[in-house]
Design a protein around this ligand. Structure first.
Ligand code: B3K
Ligand code: ZN
Length: 885
């Protein structure tokens, strides 16, 4: 490890200081030439605090050509420069400072700042990429008006885009072209964007609620443009939804999206010019699965919603990241719930939270929704900041109720429009409108770790007593936790499965507890470490439906008879509780507990028979599809108190094979195998979900030519990637699948779609996640000419998928899977630190596994920590994973 890394000091929230000067305006001029881009940055700065007389600009990996203040060129002793900054001294109240720099986007493999992807130039500035483009106050509390002039070869780069409105276009001598964009809204530098390329475009319009017509454009390379239509449709739906649900109207005359092949994450909400990973914008029946369509829907909406939650109201500093991300994830989840099935969206989100965020919260990288310190902010784009942050926003809505929550959001947007604020400011509007004391609630931002609720139930003489005890485990640097304030939603069912009206009963619960859903749900306001709820005048012992809608992001222990869980799984009005009850039974089953009066194989078979007559009831079909699958390995790893990887994988196979023996799957398959034309709507997805679940179970019980015929016919009959994927998945995983026949179909698929990068990503990922794919096989895949370690989508399709989903091989007892991933991380780190750090996630979860595996994983992390010239990104992840930081 290099000396410089060891001495890097953490950035601390407690050290925050407002800047002495601010940049009110910047005029940027990009001269793009092959190999070098020259940037002229003219800034207007004004003093903010009376004692300031110098300014610090951030800047990294750039060549400084010249600095001038008010037209006077500074000599080398009039400013101070180091690897990460430039300081100018002796300043007065206001100045125009011009800085000229040169950069090399062609050599930028980190994909942050200005870089080249395929034949185009593009940018990614969040969080701190702008400082690799020019010297600037690259911090979110400096909001400037930007104008951007881009000059480039007119023939190769006819499309020249930046934020705001296009104000001029000029054709210059020497075959060059110059355009100027002006963004009227002050913004932080992380929202800056530039694109230069030869792109095709589709266009549409949207008329806002006040009657303004907005031009909508989606750009991509020519070969992808016919896959942009779905994103356009989503964009228009998102704009309408944000007006209807949150009263938010779009503000510029134009909104653009650009699809880029090399991108470190999903997409970026740059003002008026969103830049997207192709995987989150392109969709067509042949190139996107239903899951991919849903991701496009969620991400297009998410980035669009940032225009208010993030851009118009932004973050004061990066510790407040969840202010925009948690809120915007909440907003996109609400959008998806309204577009599809609300209950199923909730189930998907909780399932992800439990598998991934709970794991993060329980491991060495646990951090609060508002962290106290970081080495590298790129490492904090985590499921805690995003998904747990969204849960915190959801709890505000539950506590305030929908209409007050909306009023508080309105107040937040109007009070803070055009400024950079904190999570405290968000909490303050909620408290003000809700007329509540939310000081205890704010612990959700400060305390890491997943709270645990222990429930004890007594029933006697018509009175139900529920005792709730809450606790929260220690996390790094946080030993003792205080009790959280949280909403705990519950209901009661009678013996027929009907919800009891709580208006008719006598309820004794803590202050602040409310009734919702026409009196069928009690939202308990839990604030103490322990509380008791008494419900009297019950005619018989009711069955408690607990934590409806997953009203708080907690773990629950609720000892109760298996028959009650099975009853809830059948009858509760809340789809989440039904699914959750079934999951609890599965968890007990995999813990080796003998279930009493419940046969899970029979339960699933009964559900499958019921699903036969759900045709046309989209919500019921989608819920059934969730409940017909056995919880996946990552979910079980998080939920089980103890497990051994191979034994658990074996047990899961055994029960899947038992389920497959039931005669229900072929009829279910025949029923929902869609005959009509493909549509990515909820009904189409629901039909395909049920058909493909049935297909996978049915394939399990076949072998020989019956298996090959069944799978080949599913594959050949498919008019979409969702069905083809289901067939290929069986080919990759089924132990009895004829090798030659399998290779032939995989080969046909590959040849047919070799020019569709996202389809080839899927082809790689199906193999990487199959337990039949050994490390040797992984190396063979890596050696294919189509594999490209520098393309993040392709790299993730092998390495992340292997580490996250191929449990059998990744966790091989000889440590070969761990070595394989660690080696890849070591190769990628010098080129793309953000990607390398992200790929290390599976190793950071070492605490979940048995002691032999723990030792192997820690040893690989240790080896990574010894690499020379480790990036700050990877250094932080590896050191914290080992408990060294
Ligand atoms: N705000 C961006 C994420 C930027 C990540 C930088 N490493 C996308 C989003 O969350 O909307
Ligand atoms: Zn976001």
């Amino acid at each position: 490890m290099s000396q410089s890394i060891k001495s890097v000091q953490p950035i601390k929230l407690a050290d925050y200081q407002a800047p002495g000067y601010t940049t009110l305006r910047t005029d940027l001029n990009f001269d793009i030439q092959d190999g070098t881009t020259t940037v002229i940055n003219t800034m207007h700065l004004v003093r903010q605090s009376s004692d300031a007389d110098s300014i610090r600009f951030d800047g990294e990996n750039i060549e400084l050509v010249r600095v001038s203040v008010d037209g006077r060129v500074l000599s080398g002793n009039q400013y101070q420069q180091d690897d990460v900054s430039l300081r100018v001294f002796g300043l007065d109240a206001a100045h125009d400072i011009e800085i000229i720099t040169r950069i090399k986007p062609e050599e930028n493999t980190a994909l942050a700042g200005l870089y080249k992807s395929s034949h185009m130039y593009c940018t990614q500035c969040e969080a701190e990429g702008f400082r690799t483009i020019t010297y600037f106050q690259d911090r979110p509390d400096v909001l400037a008006k930007f104008s951007t002039t881009i000059t480039a070869d007119a023939h190769r780069f006819p499309t020249l885009l930046s934020n705001g409105n296009l104000v001029s276009t000029q054709i210059l001598e020497g075959g060059r072209k110059s355009v100027t964009w002006e963004d009227p809204f002050p913004k932080p530098s992380y929202l800056f964007a530039l694109v230069a390329g030869n792109l095709d475009m589709i266009e549409d319009t949207f008329t806002t609620m006040s009657g303004r017509e907005v031009t909508l454009q989606i750009f991509s390379e020519a070969h992808n443009i016919n896959q942009c239509g779905y994103a356009m449709d989503v964009l228009k739906r998102s704009m309408a939804w944000d007006e209807a649900r949150f009263g938010r109207e779009y503000d510029l005359d134009i909104f653009m999206i650009v699809a880029v092949e090399d991108f470190n994450m999903g997409a970026m909400e740059n003002k008026g010019l969103n830049i997207f990973n192709t995987s989150c914008v392109l969709a067509s029946p042949d190139t996107a699965t239903d899951a991919a369509y849903q991701r496009v829907e969620a991400v297009v909406a998410h980035e669009y919603f940032h225009n208010w939650s993030g851009n118009r109201v932004t973050c004061r500093d990066w510790f407040q990241l969840s202010l925009k991300e948690g809120f915007t994830v909440f907003r996109d989840a609400e959008f998806s719930s309204d577009m599809n099935s609300r209950a199923v969206k909730r189930i998907e989100d909780v399932s992800f939270l439990r598998s991934v965020q709970f794991a993060e919260d329980a491991g060495p990288l646990a951090h609060a929704v508002r962290p106290q310190s970081y080495l590298e902010i790129s490492n904090f784009y985590t499921t805690t900041i995003y998904e747990k942050g969204a849960e915190v926003v959801r709890m505000y809505q539950t506590i305030l109720g929908n209409s007050k929550f909306r009023a508080a959001c309105d107040l937040y947007f109007s009070r803070h429009d055009g400024s950079a604020v904190t999570t405290d400011d968000f909490a303050a509007v909620m408290a003000e409108v809700g007329e509540l004391d939310l000081s205890q609630f704010k612990l959700w931002y400060e305390q890491a770790g997943t709270p645990h609720l222990q429930i004890t139930e007594h029933f006697d003489d018509g009175e139900l007593m529920l005792e709730i005890q809450q606790s929260c485990p220690a996390t790094p640097q946080q030993e003792d936790k205080q009790a959280f304030h949280m909403p705990v939603a519950l209901g009661l069912l009678d013996a027929q499965g009907e919800s009891l009206s709580l208006y008719d009963l006598m309820v004794d619960a803590p202050a602040g507890t409310q009734l919702t859903d026409q009196g069928s749900t009690l939202v308990v306001s839990l604030r103490e470490a322990q509380c008791t709820i008494k419900i009297s005048h019950c005619e018989e012992k009711p069955i408690v439906s607990f934590l409806r809608g997953f009203s708080a992001p907690v773990k629950v222990s609720y000892p109760r008879p298996d028959s009650e869980l099975s009853f809830l799984a059948k009858h509760d009005q809340d789809g989440f509780v039904r699914w959750d009850a079934l999951c609890s039974l599965w968890v007990k089953y995999f813990e080796g507990v003998k279930l009493e009066h419940v046969d899970l194989v029979q339960t699933i078979t009964d559900l499958a028979s019921q699903a036969l007559s759900m045709e046309g009831n989209v919500d019921a079909q989608l819920l059934a599809a969730q409940m017909l699958v056995v919880p996946d390995e990552n979910y079980l790893f998080e939920q089980l108190a103890h497990f051994e990887v191979d034994a658990l994988l074996d047990a899961r196979e055994v029960v899947l094979n038992k389920l497959a023996q039931q005669d229900i799957w072929r009829p279910l398959y025949d029923k929902y195998r869609t005959a009509g034309e493909y549509s990515p709507n909820a009904q189409g997805m629901a039909d395909r979900a049920l058909a493909n679940i049935a297909f996978a179970y049915e394939a399990r019980r076949l072998d020989g030519s019956a298996l090959v015929d069944f799978v080949t016919s599913h594959y050949r009959g498919a008019d979409n990637l969702t069905d083809r994927r289901a067939a290929l998945n069986v080919i990759c995983r089924h132990p009895a699948y004829d090798r030659e026949a399998g290779e032939k179909l995989m080969g046909d698929f590959f040849d047919k779609w070799r020019n569709e990068a996202l389809v080839i990503d899927l082809w790689f990922s199906l193999q990487a996640q199959s337990p039949r794919t050994t490390v040797n096989e992984m190396q063979r895949l890596e050696a294919l000419p189509q594999f490209d370690q520098n393309n993040p989508n392709r790299a993730r399709s092998l390495y992340s998928v292997f580490g996250m989903l191929n449990h059998r091989r990744f966790h091989a007892m000889d440590g070969s899977g761990y070595s394989y991933l660690a080696d890849a991380i070591g190769q990628i780190d010098p080129k793309n630190p953000q990607l390398a750090a992200r790929l290390a996630t599976p190793l950071s979860r070492w605490q979940r596994y048995d002691s032999s595996r723990q030792e192997l994983m820690r040893e690989r992390l240790h080896r990574l920590s010894q690499l020379p010239d480790l990036s700050k990104d990877l250094f932080e992840i590896v050191s914290k994973s080992l408990g060294n930081l």
